[in-house]
Design a protein around this ligand. Structure first.
Ligand SMILES: Nc1ncnc2c1ncn2[C@@H]1O[C@H](COP(=O)(O)OP(=O)(O)OP(=O)(O)O)[C@@H](O)[C@H]1O
Length: 188
């Protein structure tokens, strides 16, 4: 069975990942499942998140990373909506993803948006902690390796979705995940 396609979006809060996911699902006739850390976090009991937030969140993230592989192995396409930061608490998250998925058809997408627009969206939403987007903006994308970048401020969500679909790589094409995996191996 062919592995399911993986579109892996990484961007700060309010960068437009959910909007982009909905647009990709709308324009594709093929079925794409949406995997997001919020959903996995909601599966964990509140008492664990309250008493040990980062360690519980890391277990939620790990469950999600392993699920991506399971979905793809079963032939299901997925869109992963993630915020992987360069902070000690999330150490190993990206490494786990690239180790699990280096041989999978992944398009790793950097979702960009300028800080003033992130802050404007954050204020408008009213359901996000003010300052969260800025804090994440200063701690994301440090590894610098992606297959593709989109900018949800300069381009419409439709244009960003179009660009992603044009960049779905043929199977066996070396993706950013493969390059990151090889780079990590050299460090060990
Ligand atoms: N291209 C855009 N132009 C204007 N507003 C946008 C654009 N993309 C997203 N937004 C708005 O920004 C807000 C955040 O978008 P969205 O939920 O897609 O971001 P997100 O990256 O999934 O955020 P989070 O990680 O916090 O869930 C929403 O109110 C959405 O309508």
């Amino acid at each position: 069975m062919n592995k399911g396609q993986i579109i892996f979006l990484n961007g700060t809060s309010s960068s437009g990942k959910t909007s982009l996911t909905k647009k990709l699902q709308e324009r594709n006739t093929d079925l794409y499942f949406h995997l997001s850390l919020d959903v996995y976090e909601n599966m964990a009991p509140e008492k664990h998140l309250e008493s040990n937030y980062w360690s519980t969140l890391s277990e939620c993230a790990s469950a999600m990373h392993n699920s991506i592989k399971t979905f793809s192995d079963a032939g299901f396409n997925v869109i992963v909506d993630h915020v992987i930061l360069d902070i000690p608490e999330e150490k190993g998250w990206l490494e786990e993803c690239v180790t699990l998925l280096s041989d999978y058809p992944v398009v790793f997408v950097r979702v960009n948006c300028p800080i003033y627009e992130l802050e404007r969206r954050e204020r408008d939403r009213g359901d996000r902690d003010i300052g969260q987007a800025k804090w994440q903006f200063e701690r994301i994308h440090g590894h610098g390796t992606y297959d593709l970048e989109v900018n949800t401020f300069e381009n419409t969500i439709e244009e960003c979705a179009e660009l992603i679909m044009k960049n779905i790589l043929p199977i066996n094409n070396p993706s950013a995940f493969k390059r990151l995996y090889e780079r990590n191996k050299e460090k060990i």
